[in-house]
Design a protein around this ligand. Structure first.
Ligand code: 2RA
Length: 348
């Protein structure tokens, strides 16, 4: 006996990864349903060696499933997640729609698994923003060892964070710039091929962007509201894998060797940190993998108790689909949902 699972947004980058990861982690699935908008009805997606056809969200009876993994954007989540939660299943929502809701837990299983106790308040759990997930996974073990006072983060976010259209734009623009074709930006506000764009999401009144605000708000909700967080989010011409340059100020001295030892023991983290070219990670190395990689751990001598890190992870996997499936595992392990079959846990 396993679970009856529906994936909403099954044709998207993250939806497809959710299907892959459910299968890879042998999450106990009895029934799987691929759900999408009416225009994608009948489109085929893969689940292991099977092919399943997308069903129209308007026609689907959500009371017949136990778990819904939702990744169809904020608008669809706002229209559907509460309705689905009331029909019975628990919704793991990948959008930002409910992340700040006090009755909706926001969870990275390595960071704040206890928040699962509130899962049934609305039958919705929010999956954090991709760039926040990898940040807090690396910060949590360090914060437990030496309180973090302030974090300065600069992100280098891949185009897959903006969906398939973002990936297509990088591919088509790259070809168009050196050949024939239309290189004008459509998905991104400026040319992304051979360029970087210091803007993700939308502008807020104070001049920051909502992507930057999300990283700060979500770190406060999951890790500690007292940590000062300041962020600059940048889109870069990389297909998959978000990178972050992270500067941390602690309330006591912490040597790079101590930080390395702590991070080596931390769940979900892999330290690759030698002063040689195989000794640091790039997004190309991290794509398709599960871990949050930490490299370039070094002292920041310009502040008291400062460290610099380089943090990279696959934004479609740990930054989205993997974290969502880990939340499903957590629901199962804690008995919030129940099934009699077993499955392999994640090890990285
Ligand atoms: C991005 N953070 O990379 C977004 C996706 N959730 O655009």
């Amino acid at each position: 006996m396993g679970y009856r699972v529906a994936i909403v947004g099954a044709t998207g980058n993250v939806g497809r990864e959710m299907l892959n990861i459910l299968e890879e982690l042998e999450f106990p699935v009895d029934e799987i349903h691929a759900i999408a908008s009416r225009k994608s009805k009948g489109v085929e997606v893969s689940f292991g060696d099977k092919t399943i056809k997308c069903q129209d969200i308007e026609q689907f009876d959500f009371s017949k499933v136990d778990l819904v993994l939702m990744s169809a954007g904020g608008e669809v989540s706002r229209a559907w997640s509460e309705k689905i939660g009331k029909a019975g299943p628990i919704v793991i929502d990948n959008s930002s729609a409910f992340r700040k809701d006090a009755d909706v837990p926001l969870i990275v299983p390595e960071v704040n698994p206890d928040a699962v106790k509130d899962a049934k308040k609305k039958n919705i759990i929010a999956n954090p923003n991709c760039s926040t997930i990898q940040l807090v996974t690396a910060l949590k073990p360090l914060h437990d060892a030496a309180r973090i006072k302030r974090v300065v983060v600069s992100t280098y976010q891949s185009v897959s964070g903006a969906g398939k259209e973002g990936m297509d734009e990088l591919w088509n623009q790259t070809k168009a710039i050196y050949g024939l074709g239309d290189a004008r930006p459509k998905k991104f506000p400026k040319q992304i091929a051979f360029n970087v764009i210091p803007y993700i999401g939308s502008f807020l009144e104070d001049g920051s962007t909502d992507e930057e605000q999300k990283m700060s708000d979500e770190t406060h909700k999951m890790l500690d509201p007292d940590i000062k967080v300041t962020v600059t989010c940048v889109r870069v011409p990389v297909f998959v894998g978000h990178s972050e340059a992270v500067n941390i100020e602690f309330d006591r001295p912490i040597a790079p060797d101590e930080a390395r030892a702590i991070l080596r023991e931390a769940p979900g983290v892999l330290v690759i940190d030698k002063q040689e070219h195989d000794g640091y990670i790039t997004p190309v190395d991290a794509a398709g993998e599960h871990a949050v990689y930490v490299s370039r751990i070094r002292k920041d001598p310009t502040v008291e108790n400062g460290l610099n890190l380089w943090v990279v992870s696959d934004n479609l996997r740990k930054g989205a689909a993997l974290n969502a499936v880990q939340i499903a595992q957590l629901l199962d392990e804690t008995g919030v949902i129940t099934s009699s079959s077993g499955y392999r846990s994640i090890t990285v």
